[in-house]
Structure formats: structure tokens, C-alpha cells
Ligand binder design. Structure first.
Ligand code: SAM
Length: 426
């Protein structure tokens, strides 16, 4: 989501004539887009922000824009007190404060203001930033902003605000405009993407939206994330199975493999329901890739409860598990009402146990591709090798002098590891 948000600001600035640089000392505007989902991310943001102070002292003209979840959707005057050298605060997904600041500063006339308004409203005519390089092959489109679900550990609803589906026309316009600029794959984004349209009468649901996207000529692949176990329905699974452009790729976090912990997290489902969901997904979509998120060390998580999670990971054998150590977030229910009582060292140990388990599972799944031919969409060249993904989201590297950008080609897999594969053009 932050990549998509940054891309939108980038796009607006490039259209105003700015060019990108990665050197803060050379910049006229520095934008720090932040995540606070865990304390480690928040600390990183503070670290970067602090490192910008000498840059501002040396060059007082530089505009420093702090964006994203560190700012949040509510007024946050404390931030400006703490970091007085920040010029503009922008909530997540909202470039307007920066664009308005620039308009005021540069005294732009009405034409400029209209342009700014157009970007700010994000009416769909997104010009992809080139970043001085070639345009991207894969694009991200936010379909649902914010989140109204109340997982007890999660800060996102507080910082990104209430759930809000974007109008389908806006999403489709944006997709058309991306495809015109060479994008081959689009990923729809939302904290609970399968809730798309549920907050807006008259909007299609996610299946309806996917069917409309599927009609776009030139668009080759469609993905969506993240799903919630309570909102994936059979219609959606049928849609993924039926529509050739929708990839067999589901991201559906369980968070814990223990019913009591799930209840404490207020996730709204049991382990058995999740187990049955995985069976249903696999029955509907052949060769499906399923990714999972898990938090270890949630308040009160006992060794036995953790072992339930480990046993479930071993049983379900999903493709990937995004692991996190529980981090109390300010203002959340778990932070206010539950003691963070699993020691840091123990959280690390549990993390490592699951990491090792999942690495073995992922390596085993990927090894089945050895010698097989898979369709790879190539995205970019990285250190002499072309990087691309299979329909199942597996990262594949191919060494070749040919320009493979944006091409979908059959690749014979010659080496596999838990996270990547190597192949040669078939
Ligand atoms: N909306 C998705 C969901 O409902 O699962 C994912 C959102 S979040 C950006 C990505 C992951 O961060 C979550 O799935 C969860 O595993 C992790 N996460 C969120 N809050 C956390 C916390 N307080 N401590 C540790 N991990 C957390």
C-alpha cells in the first residue's frame, strides 16, 4: 500500500516538472512515507527523520514532507513539535497536503490548482512515474482504503481510518491508464480486499470488479491482497479459477493456530474454520499459491498455544508465512488491556522455530518445480539476471542478454530454493 501511495505522489510531482533523485542533499523535496505496523518500523521512520535534520540545517529551502501512518488521519500536532523541521504532514494515501503546500509556495494560478486537485482526487488518470528508468511492468491499485475491522493488535484502522472502497470507475480508469503505459500485471490492494464494495451500495463486489478488470485488453495478470478468512466466498474462488488473467494466488492470514489466541485477537474465526477454508481454496483453484501471516508472542500466548500454531503450519504446508513478533501498538485494545508478557527472547525463539519450519516447507514445495516449465512474467534486470514471477508468485531468475521486460515466456526451472528459483528460456 505504501508503494502504491508513494507512486501516486511521485506521479503528481513528475507531472509538475520535478525529477527524482535518491540523494537527499540534491533534493528540493524529501518525502518520507512511513509505516508503524510494528515498533521496529516506527523506529526506522524516526531514525530516518532524525537523519534529515542536518540536511534541512544545511539547506533550509528543502521541503520535508512526512507522510503515511506515522502521521495518521487525525491531527497530530505533537509530531511538528517534536520535528519542527518538517514542513508538511500528509496522511496515508493522500498527496493533497504536499501539493497544496507547493501550490501556495509557488503561487500557482488556477490552472495549476486544478491540476493539483485532479491528482489529489486521484480520478484515475494516473501517469506512472518513470523514476528516470523504464516504467514498471507491475502496478498496484488501492481498491479499499483504511480498515474498519477491529483486530485487537492492529493500529491500521486508527492510522488509515475507516474502510472506504474506491469507486469502480476510478479503479478501472487507473487500470486502463496503467496498461496504456505498459503495465502487464495489476494487484488490487486493501487491508481486507474481499470486503471491496461492501461499504458502498451499488458498487460491484470483488468478483464483479475482477470480471471488469479482466476485460481490459493488454492486461495480462491480476492479483489481489490481503484476504480475510471470513470474507473469501466461493464466488470469489470460482472467479479466480475461471478467469485466466486472475492468478492462482491467495494471501489469507491466520495470525495464530490457537483458538483462544484467535479469540483474544478478535479475528472472528476458529482454526477449524481456517482449515476448512484452505481445503475449499485448494478444491476450487488447482495449483494455488497460498500465503499466510502469523504473529508470535501475542499477550498470554503459552508454549502449548504456540505449539498449536507450529503444528498447523506443519499440517497446512502453505507456500509462504509472513512472520512477525507481537509489538504493542499505542491505542490498540491489546496494548491498553493485555500485558505484553512473552519476553523478547522468547518471541525471537518462536519466530525462529516457525521460520525454520516454513523454510523447509517452502523449499519442498518449490523443489517440485525442478525440471518443469513455467510461465514467467519478467519485470526487471537485477544484477545481470532477469527477475520475474510465475502465476503462483514464485520469483524466478534467468540469465540472458535478451531484453525480457514485460514479456511472458516459458522457463525451464533448473534450480530451486525456498524463496527463489533459477531457470532458462524453454
Ligand atoms: N489486513 C491484513 C490482515 O488483516 O491480516 C494485513 C495487514 S498488516 C499490514 C500485515 C501484518 O502485520 C498482519 O497480517 C500481522 O501479521 C502483522 N501485524 C499487525 N499488527 C501487528 C502487531 N501489533 N505486532 C506484530 N505484527 C503485527
Amino acid at each position: 500500500m505504501n508503494v502504491a501511495d508513494s507512486q501516486r505522489v511521485d506521479s503528481a510531482l513528475e507531472q509538475l516538472g520535478y525529477v527524482p533523485t535518491l540523494q537527499p542533499e540534491q533534493a528540493d523535496i524529501i518525502i518520507l512515507n512511513t509505516c508503524v505496523v510494528r515498533q521496529s518500523a516506527e523506529d526506522k521512520a524516526y531514525g530516518r527523520l532524525t537523519s534529515l535534520r542536518p540536511v534541512k540545517e544545511k539547506n533550509p529551502q528543502v521541503i520535508i514532507n512526512l507522510m503515511g501512518c506515522l502521521v495518521g488521519v487525525k491531527d497530530n500536532p505533537g509530531l511538528l513539535k517534536r520535528f519542527p523541521y518538517v514542513d508538511v504532514l500528509s496522511p496515508p494515501s493522500d498527496p493533497r497536503p504536499l501539493l497544496n503546500f507547493l501550490a501556495q509556495r509557488e503561487g500557482r494560478q488556477i490552472e495549476g490548482a486544478e491540476t493539483l486537485e485532479r491528482f489529489a482526487l486521484m480520478d484515475g488518470e494516473l501517469i506512472l512515474p518513470s523514476n528516470g528508468k523504464e516504467k514498471p511492468v507491475c502496478g498496484f491499485i488501492p481498491a479499499v482504503y483504511g480498515c474498519s475491522y477491529a483486530c485487537t493488535y492492529c493500529i491500521i484502522p486508527y492510522r488509515r481510518g475507516a474502510e472506504q472502497s474506491r469507486p469502480p470507475k476510478e479503479i478501472l480508469n487507473e487500470a486502463h491508464s496503467m496498461v496504456r503505459q505498459g503495465v502487464k500485471e495489476i494487484t488490487l490492494l486493501g487491508q481486507i480486499i474481499d470486503r471491496y464494495g461492501k461499504d458502498r451500495p451499488g458498487y460491484p463486489d470483488l468478483s464483479g470488479l475482477l470480471r471488469q478488470l479482466h476485460e481490459i485488453d493488454g492486461l495480462q495478470r491480476i492479483r489481489f491482497l490481503t484476504s480475510h478468512p471470513n470474507y473469501i466466498n466461493d464466488e470469489l474462488l470460482d472467479c479466480v479459477a475461471e478467469l485466466p488473467k486472475v492468478m492462482p494466488h491467495i494471501e489469507v492470514p491466520i495470525q495464530s493456530g490457537d483458538d483462544q489466541v484467535l479469540a483474544n485477537m478478535k479475528r472472528g474465526y476458529t482454526v477449524e474454520q481456517y482449515r476448512r477454508l484452505i481445503e475449499r481454496i485448494r478444491a476450487h483453484i488447482p495449483n494455488v499459491y497460498i500465503a499466510n501471516d502469523i504473529i508470535v508472542g501475542f499477550p498470554g500466548e503459552t508454549e502449548a498455544q504456540f505449539q498449536n500454531t507450529a503444528a498447523l503450519v506443519a499440517e497446512l504446508k502453505l507456500d509462504v508465512a509472513h512472520l512477525a513478533r507481537y509489538s504493542p501498538r499505542p491505542g490498540t485494545v491489546s496494548e491498553r488491556r493485555m500485558a505484553d508478557d512473552v519476553p523478547a527472547e522468547e518471541k525471537k525463539r518462536r519466530f525462529r522455530v516457525l521460520e525454520e519450519l516454513q523454510t523447509g516447507i517452502s523449499a519442498g514445495i518449490n523443489a517440485q518445480y525442478l525440471g518443469q516449465t513455467v510461465e514467467v512474467l519478467f519485470e526487471e534486470k537485477s544484477r545481470q539476471r532477469w527477475k520475474g514471477r510465475t502465476p503462483q508468485n514464485k520469483l524466478v531468475f534467468v540469465e540472458t542478454e535478451q531484453d525480457l521486460r514485460g514479456k511472458i515466456l516459458p522457463v525451464r526451472i533448473t534450480w530451486t530454493g525456498p524463496w527463489t528459483m533459477i531457470g532458462e528460456p524453454a
